[in-house]
Ligand binder design. Structure first.
Ligand code: FA5
Length: 334
């Protein structure tokens, strides 16, 4: 007859469970786990001996305690398998650091391709004496259009050509180009002025491989006494040589922008074709006067280009939409 201490009761199943789980959690090597397995769920282990003692119980107790002990066996076997998997998947002993593992280089980020191109272009102009300035992306209609001699009936002012912002006070929009910063800089400063203005612009566009609804522009403005069209050509020619190479050819053709007179577009010769890369021209006298300048005394030139389009040429990118789609397969190539 087993003595009363050996008689298994429902409480002793619960007690065994607590002891077994705590011992399992403290086993952190395969060897320790094997000792645990033999000790708790092995053929001569604690659970087996508890089950052996069932015979001495009353029939009803035997059924209850037997069922609880069998459930415990299933539970402990499951926990044991999980623990084995954890210990085997870790090469280092649990709770410690394996100082013998070789070091790994942490993944590092980088500048966005648009930012890289903007910096390259602005640096070229900085070296020619232009200062980098910025202006607001949410702009007043006055600066985006009126001050730039863009008349009320211009199609860009149409509700569906530009992103307008609901506003009770003033007419606000997402700027369609960086040219409004020309007006802001002239309004706040006296000549001489030489600035480049990088920044985002927004247009209500049907997007395609060369048109995004959000893109960057870099504006340039030089105002002083005696600035001529030769200064415009010389500066932009030098820019093209710095960005595309010392033997780069450029071409100027007449173009129209309401805020310059005369207006031109500049193309570069690229792989046998002429490709347009920017609009430019002599600052229109009305724009100088709108900013409070004497247009008989001062002249200037201005230009505006798209850095994404230039990066597309230099890096053989076939679709402008890659720039803002946030795909690491594209971004990590820069
Ligand atoms: C303008 O925006 C004028 N403000 C440029 C200018 C400044 C002319 C000063 C004269 C004097 P345009 O709409 O052509 O011009 O845009 C200039 C450049 O911005 C284009 O050559 C192109 O590179 C880029 N661009 C224009 N629209 C888009 C678009 N939807 N997606 C990507 N780039 C664009």
């Amino acid at each position: 007859m087993p003595n009363s201490q050996d008689i298994p009761a429902a409480e002793s199943v619960e007690e065994l469970k607590l002891v077994a789980i705590s011992a399992l959690e403290n086993s952190s090597t395969s060897e320790e786990l094997e000792v645990w397995r033999v000790d708790f769920i092995g053929r001569k282990g604690k659970l087996t001996s508890l089950l052996r003692g069932l015979g001495s119980l009353a029939v009803d107790d035997r059924r209850v305690v037997g069922a609880a002990a069998n459930r415990l066996r299933g539970e402990l076997e499951g926990l044991f398998e999980k623990r084995i998997a954890v210990v085997n998947s870790s090469s280092a002993p649990l709770g410690s650091i394996d100082v013998t593992l070789p070091g790994r280089k942490p993944a590092s980020g980088g500048l966005h391709p648009s930012t890289q191109m903007i910096r390259e272009i602005t640096q070229a102009f900085n070296e020619m004496g232009f200062q980098t300035v910025e202006g607001p992306e949410v702009e007043l209609e006055r600066y985006n259009f009126d001050m730039l001699n863009i008349p009320q009936n211009h199609p860009a002012r149409d509700m569906f050509d530009t992103f307008w912002v609901d506003s009770e006070k003033d007419d606000l929009l997402l700027r369609t180009h960086t040219s409004p910063v020309q007006a802001r800089v002239m309004e706040a400063n006296d000549p001489p002025i030489r600035v480049v203005v990088p920044g985002k612009c927004y247009r209500y566009e049907a997007t395609d491989a060369t048109h995004e609804w959000q893109f960057n522009q870099i504006e340039g403005l030089a105002v002083d006494e005696g600035i001529t069209f030769a200064d415009l050509k010389g500066t932009l020619y030098e820019f093209a040589r710095r960005i595309f190479g010392p033997s780069q050819k450029v071409r100027f053709r007449c173009d129209f922008f309401p805020f310059v007179e005369p207006g031109v577009d500049m193309s570069i010769e690229w792989k046998g074709n002429w490709l347009e890369i920017m609009g430019a021209g002599m600052v229109h006298p009305k724009v100088l006067e709108n900013a409070g300048y004497d247009s008989d005394k001062y002249t200037g030139f201005a230009f505006g280009m798209g850095p994404e389009r230039i990066s597309m040429l230099k890096n053989e990118i076939t679709d402008i939409r890659h720039f803002f789609s946030n795909d690491l397969r594209f971004l990590s190539q820069f």
